[in-house]
Design a protein around this ligand. Structure first.
Ligand code: SF4
Length: 295
Protein backbone atom coordinates (compact mmCIF):
# COMPACT_ATOMS: atom_id res chain seq x y z
CA UNK A 1 0.00 0.00 0.00
CA UNK A 2 2.76 2.37 -1.01
CA UNK A 3 0.67 5.48 -1.33
CA UNK A 4 2.02 7.51 1.53
CA UNK A 5 1.59 11.06 0.21
CA UNK A 6 4.01 12.46 2.69
CA UNK A 7 7.05 10.65 1.48
CA UNK A 8 9.44 12.70 -0.56
CA UNK A 9 12.19 10.11 -0.72
CA UNK A 10 11.49 6.51 -1.39
CA UNK A 11 14.69 4.58 -1.10
CA UNK A 12 13.63 1.10 -0.05
CA UNK A 13 17.21 0.18 0.80
CA UNK A 14 19.08 1.59 3.72
CA UNK A 15 22.47 -0.01 3.88
CA UNK A 16 21.63 -3.71 3.86
CA UNK A 17 18.12 -3.42 5.32
CA UNK A 18 15.36 -5.42 3.68
CA UNK A 19 12.31 -4.43 5.70
CA UNK A 20 12.89 -1.11 7.46
CA UNK A 21 13.83 2.17 5.81
CA UNK A 22 13.95 5.86 6.77
CA UNK A 23 12.07 8.52 4.85
CA UNK A 24 12.30 12.29 5.20
CA UNK A 25 8.71 13.48 5.46
CA UNK A 26 8.64 17.26 5.18
CA UNK A 27 4.90 17.49 5.68
CA UNK A 28 4.86 15.53 8.90
CA UNK A 29 7.90 17.49 10.00
CA UNK A 30 10.34 14.68 10.57
CA UNK A 31 11.57 11.22 9.79
CA UNK A 32 9.15 8.41 9.10
CA UNK A 33 10.53 4.91 9.59
CA UNK A 34 8.83 2.67 7.05
CA UNK A 35 8.22 -1.03 7.66
CA UNK A 36 7.61 -3.13 4.57
CA UNK A 37 5.43 -6.16 5.31
CA UNK A 38 5.14 -7.12 1.63
CA UNK A 39 8.67 -7.73 0.38
CA UNK A 40 7.26 -10.09 -2.27
CA UNK A 41 5.42 -7.09 -3.81
CA UNK A 42 2.15 -9.04 -3.87
CA UNK A 43 -1.04 -7.06 -3.25
CA UNK A 44 -4.75 -7.94 -3.12
CA UNK A 45 -5.47 -4.78 -5.16
CA UNK A 46 -4.02 -3.98 -8.57
CA UNK A 47 -4.44 -0.21 -8.62
CA UNK A 48 -3.97 1.43 -11.98
CA UNK A 49 -1.91 4.15 -10.31
CA UNK A 50 0.22 1.84 -8.14
CA UNK A 51 3.74 3.12 -7.80
CA UNK A 52 5.37 -0.08 -6.62
CA UNK A 53 8.02 -1.11 -9.12
CA UNK A 54 6.93 -4.63 -10.09
CA UNK A 55 8.92 -5.19 -13.28
CA UNK A 56 11.69 -6.79 -11.24
CA UNK A 57 11.21 -9.49 -8.64
CA UNK A 58 12.34 -8.83 -5.12
CA UNK A 59 15.05 -11.08 -3.74
CA UNK A 60 13.29 -11.05 -0.38
CA UNK A 61 10.04 -13.01 -0.61
CA UNK A 62 8.98 -13.41 3.02
CA UNK A 63 8.92 -11.32 6.14
CA UNK A 64 11.67 -12.63 8.41
CA UNK A 65 10.40 -11.50 11.77
CA UNK A 66 13.64 -11.58 13.73
CA UNK A 67 15.52 -9.71 10.99
CA UNK A 68 12.74 -7.11 10.66
CA UNK A 69 12.64 -6.44 14.40
CA UNK A 70 16.40 -6.13 14.55
CA UNK A 71 16.34 -3.67 11.66
CA UNK A 72 13.66 -1.63 13.43
CA UNK A 73 15.57 -1.64 16.70
CA UNK A 74 18.73 -0.44 14.94
CA UNK A 75 16.90 2.12 12.83
CA UNK A 76 15.27 3.71 15.86
CA UNK A 77 18.72 4.01 17.43
CA UNK A 78 20.20 5.47 14.23
CA UNK A 79 17.45 8.10 13.96
CA UNK A 80 17.19 9.10 17.61
CA UNK A 81 20.98 9.27 18.07
CA UNK A 82 21.25 11.60 15.07
CA UNK A 83 23.59 9.21 13.25
CA UNK A 84 21.15 9.11 10.36
CA UNK A 85 22.03 12.70 9.52
CA UNK A 86 25.69 11.81 9.07
CA UNK A 87 24.60 9.64 6.18
CA UNK A 88 24.97 11.43 2.83
CA UNK A 89 21.32 11.11 1.79
CA UNK A 90 20.12 12.73 5.02
CA UNK A 91 22.95 15.17 5.72
CA UNK A 92 21.03 18.11 4.23
CA UNK A 93 17.97 17.52 6.46
CA UNK A 94 16.98 20.85 8.05
CA UNK A 95 17.46 21.01 11.80
CA UNK A 96 13.73 21.33 12.45
CA UNK A 97 13.06 18.03 10.67
CA UNK A 98 15.69 16.05 12.57
CA UNK A 99 13.14 14.25 14.69
CA UNK A 100 11.37 10.93 14.51
CA UNK A 101 7.68 11.41 13.67
CA UNK A 102 6.35 7.94 13.10
CA UNK A 103 6.78 4.29 12.28
CA UNK A 104 4.69 3.62 9.15
CA UNK A 105 3.48 0.18 8.13
CA UNK A 106 3.04 0.21 4.39
CA UNK A 107 5.47 -1.14 1.85
CA UNK A 108 5.08 -2.90 -1.45
CA UNK A 109 1.59 -4.38 -0.95
CA UNK A 110 -1.28 -4.41 1.55
CA UNK A 111 0.29 -4.76 5.03
CA UNK A 112 -2.76 -6.33 6.67
CA UNK A 113 -2.52 -9.38 4.41
CA UNK A 114 0.54 -10.41 6.41
CA UNK A 115 -0.66 -13.38 8.47
CA UNK A 116 1.18 -12.42 11.67
CA UNK A 117 0.15 -8.78 11.40
CA UNK A 118 -1.05 -8.50 15.01
CA UNK A 119 1.94 -10.25 16.54
CA UNK A 120 4.33 -8.19 14.51
CA UNK A 121 2.66 -4.93 15.51
CA UNK A 122 2.84 -5.94 19.16
CA UNK A 123 6.56 -6.68 18.83
CA UNK A 124 7.19 -3.36 17.04
CA UNK A 125 5.25 -1.49 19.72
CA UNK A 126 7.43 -3.19 22.33
CA UNK A 127 10.60 -1.98 20.60
CA UNK A 128 9.18 1.54 20.39
CA UNK A 129 8.45 1.41 24.13
CA UNK A 130 11.94 0.13 24.95
CA UNK A 131 13.37 3.13 23.12
CA UNK A 132 11.17 5.42 25.25
CA UNK A 133 9.37 6.71 22.17
CA UNK A 134 5.87 6.87 23.58
CA UNK A 135 4.93 9.97 21.60
CA UNK A 136 6.06 8.53 18.26
CA UNK A 137 3.10 7.47 16.14
CA UNK A 138 2.52 4.09 14.56
CA UNK A 139 0.76 4.67 11.25
CA UNK A 140 -0.97 1.93 9.31
CA UNK A 141 -1.45 2.73 5.62
CA UNK A 142 -4.05 0.28 4.35
CA UNK A 143 -6.64 -0.36 1.67
CA UNK A 144 -9.02 -1.47 4.45
CA UNK A 145 -9.93 -4.67 2.61
CA UNK A 146 -8.96 -6.93 5.53
CA UNK A 147 -10.19 -4.98 8.55
CA UNK A 148 -12.95 -7.57 9.15
CA UNK A 149 -10.41 -10.32 9.83
CA UNK A 150 -9.87 -11.04 13.56
CA UNK A 151 -6.06 -10.84 13.45
CA UNK A 152 -6.29 -7.45 11.75
CA UNK A 153 -8.78 -6.20 14.33
CA UNK A 154 -6.36 -7.25 17.05
CA UNK A 155 -3.65 -5.35 15.19
CA UNK A 156 -5.80 -2.22 15.06
CA UNK A 157 -6.33 -2.45 18.81
CA UNK A 158 -2.57 -2.68 19.32
CA UNK A 159 -2.26 0.51 17.27
CA UNK A 160 -4.90 2.18 19.45
CA UNK A 161 -2.80 1.46 22.53
CA UNK A 162 0.43 2.76 20.98
CA UNK A 163 -0.19 6.17 19.45
CA UNK A 164 -1.64 4.53 16.37
CA UNK A 165 -3.22 6.16 13.35
CA UNK A 166 -5.12 4.31 10.65
CA UNK A 167 -4.91 5.80 7.17
CA UNK A 168 -7.55 3.97 5.17
CA UNK A 169 -7.80 4.24 1.42
CA UNK A 170 -11.16 5.34 0.00
CA UNK A 171 -11.00 6.81 -3.46
CA UNK A 172 -14.25 6.12 -5.21
CA UNK A 173 -17.92 6.78 -4.73
CA UNK A 174 -19.28 4.01 -6.92
CA UNK A 175 -18.54 0.33 -7.42
CA UNK A 176 -17.83 0.93 -11.12
CA UNK A 177 -15.16 3.57 -10.54
CA UNK A 178 -13.69 1.57 -7.66
CA UNK A 179 -13.33 -1.44 -9.97
CA UNK A 180 -11.86 0.69 -12.72
CA UNK A 181 -9.19 2.05 -10.38
CA UNK A 182 -8.47 -0.70 -7.84
CA UNK A 183 -9.00 -3.81 -10.01
CA UNK A 184 -9.73 -6.28 -7.22
CA UNK A 185 -12.26 -9.06 -6.58
CA UNK A 186 -12.98 -7.51 -3.18
CA UNK A 187 -16.38 -5.71 -3.38
CA UNK A 188 -16.51 -1.96 -2.74
CA UNK A 189 -19.14 -2.58 -0.08
CA UNK A 190 -16.68 -4.70 1.89
CA UNK A 191 -14.23 -1.80 2.00
CA UNK A 192 -16.99 0.63 3.00
CA UNK A 193 -18.24 -1.71 5.74
CA UNK A 194 -14.69 -2.18 7.03
CA UNK A 195 -13.99 1.53 7.12
CA UNK A 196 -17.24 2.19 8.96
CA UNK A 197 -16.55 -0.53 11.55
CA UNK A 198 -13.00 0.71 12.15
CA UNK A 199 -14.10 4.35 12.30
CA UNK A 200 -16.74 3.52 14.89
CA UNK A 201 -13.97 2.29 17.18
CA UNK A 202 -11.58 5.25 16.79
CA UNK A 203 -11.10 8.26 14.52
CA UNK A 204 -9.41 7.35 11.26
CA UNK A 205 -7.77 9.25 8.41
CA UNK A 206 -9.11 8.73 4.89
CA UNK A 207 -6.54 8.65 2.09
CA UNK A 208 -8.06 9.46 -1.27
CA UNK A 209 -5.94 9.40 -4.38
CA UNK A 210 -7.66 10.76 -7.46
CA UNK A 211 -6.12 11.09 -10.89
CA UNK A 212 -6.78 11.73 -14.53
CA UNK A 213 -7.47 8.63 -16.58
CA UNK A 214 -6.86 9.08 -20.31
CA UNK A 215 -6.75 12.80 -19.64
CA UNK A 216 -10.06 12.95 -17.76
CA UNK A 217 -10.46 13.77 -14.06
CA UNK A 218 -13.17 11.88 -12.13
CA UNK A 219 -16.62 13.02 -13.18
CA UNK A 220 -18.64 15.45 -11.08
CA UNK A 221 -21.03 12.58 -10.28
CA UNK A 222 -18.15 10.42 -9.03
CA UNK A 223 -16.81 13.20 -6.85
CA UNK A 224 -20.28 13.77 -5.44
CA UNK A 225 -20.72 10.04 -4.82
CA UNK A 226 -17.37 10.00 -2.99
CA UNK A 227 -18.63 12.77 -0.69
CA UNK A 228 -21.88 10.84 -0.20
CA UNK A 229 -19.94 7.74 0.95
CA UNK A 230 -18.02 9.87 3.45
CA UNK A 231 -21.25 11.38 4.73
CA UNK A 232 -22.80 7.93 5.14
CA UNK A 233 -19.84 6.76 7.23
CA UNK A 234 -20.16 9.77 9.50
CA UNK A 235 -23.96 9.54 9.75
CA UNK A 236 -23.64 5.92 10.87
CA UNK A 237 -21.28 6.77 13.69
CA UNK A 238 -17.90 6.65 11.97
CA UNK A 239 -15.29 9.19 13.05
CA UNK A 240 -13.04 10.66 10.38
CA UNK A 241 -10.35 13.02 11.64
CA UNK A 242 -9.04 14.04 8.22
CA UNK A 243 -9.56 13.41 4.51
CA UNK A 244 -6.29 13.56 2.58
CA UNK A 245 -6.86 14.28 -1.09
CA UNK A 246 -3.84 13.70 -3.21
CA UNK A 247 -2.80 12.60 -6.65
CA UNK A 248 -0.15 10.71 -8.55
CA UNK A 249 3.37 11.89 -7.79
CA UNK A 250 5.51 9.13 -9.29
CA UNK A 251 5.33 6.89 -12.35
CA UNK A 252 2.13 4.81 -12.10
CA UNK A 253 1.40 1.24 -13.22
CA UNK A 254 -0.69 2.38 -16.21
CA UNK A 255 0.51 5.02 -18.64
CA UNK A 256 -3.03 6.39 -19.07
CA UNK A 257 -2.83 7.67 -15.48
CA UNK A 258 -1.63 11.23 -14.93
CA UNK A 259 -1.87 13.60 -11.96
CA UNK A 260 -4.76 15.93 -11.33
CA UNK A 261 -3.71 19.52 -11.86
CA UNK A 262 -3.43 21.63 -8.72
CA UNK A 263 -6.77 23.39 -9.20
CA UNK A 264 -8.53 20.03 -9.50
CA UNK A 265 -7.03 18.92 -6.18
CA UNK A 266 -8.13 22.21 -4.62
CA UNK A 267 -11.64 21.82 -6.02
CA UNK A 268 -12.02 18.33 -4.60
CA UNK A 269 -10.74 19.43 -1.19
CA UNK A 270 -13.28 22.25 -1.13
CA UNK A 271 -16.05 19.91 -2.24
CA UNK A 272 -15.24 17.46 0.57
CA UNK A 273 -15.21 20.27 3.13
CA UNK A 274 -18.44 21.75 1.89
CA UNK A 275 -20.34 18.51 1.42
CA UNK A 276 -19.20 16.65 4.52
CA UNK A 277 -18.00 19.25 7.01
CA UNK A 278 -14.88 17.12 7.52
CA UNK A 279 -11.34 18.43 7.72
CA UNK A 280 -9.63 17.93 4.36
CA UNK A 281 -6.16 18.60 3.02
CA UNK A 282 -4.85 18.48 -0.50
CA UNK A 283 -1.48 17.37 -1.78
CA UNK A 284 -0.39 18.23 -5.29
CA UNK A 285 1.11 15.84 -7.76
CA UNK A 286 4.33 17.76 -7.94
CA UNK A 287 6.97 16.74 -5.44
CA UNK A 288 7.80 20.36 -4.96
CA UNK A 289 5.17 21.30 -2.45
CA UNK A 290 1.76 21.20 -0.89
CA UNK A 291 -1.49 22.61 -2.04
CA UNK A 292 -2.89 25.86 -0.78
CA UNK A 293 -5.19 23.63 1.23
CA UNK A 294 -2.31 21.77 2.78
CA UNK A 295 -0.74 22.14 6.16
S1 SF4 B 1 -3.27 -1.12 -2.59
FE1 SF4 B 1 -3.00 -0.42 -4.69
S2 SF4 B 1 -1.49 1.25 -4.53
FE2 SF4 B 1 -1.34 0.05 -2.66
S3 SF4 B 1 0.29 -1.49 -3.09
FE3 SF4 B 1 -1.69 -2.44 -3.56
S4 SF4 B 1 -1.93 -2.12 -5.76
FE4 SF4 B 1 -0.37 -0.67 -5.05
Amino acid sequence: MKTHPLHQRHERQFDQNRFVYPVLSRRSGGISVGVNLNPDKVCNFDCIYCQVERTSQSETRFVETAALLEELDQMLSVVTSGDLFNESRFSDTPQALRRLNDIAFSGDGEPTTYQNFDKLLEACAGIKRRHGLDSVKMILISNASMFHRPHVQRGLEILDANQGEIWAKLEAGTEAYYQQVERTPIPFQQVLDNILAAARQRPIVIQALFMRIAGQPPSGEEQQAFCDRLREIVSQGGKISLVQVYTVARPPAESTVTPLVDTEVDHLVELVRRQTGLAARGYYGSLSGMSANGD
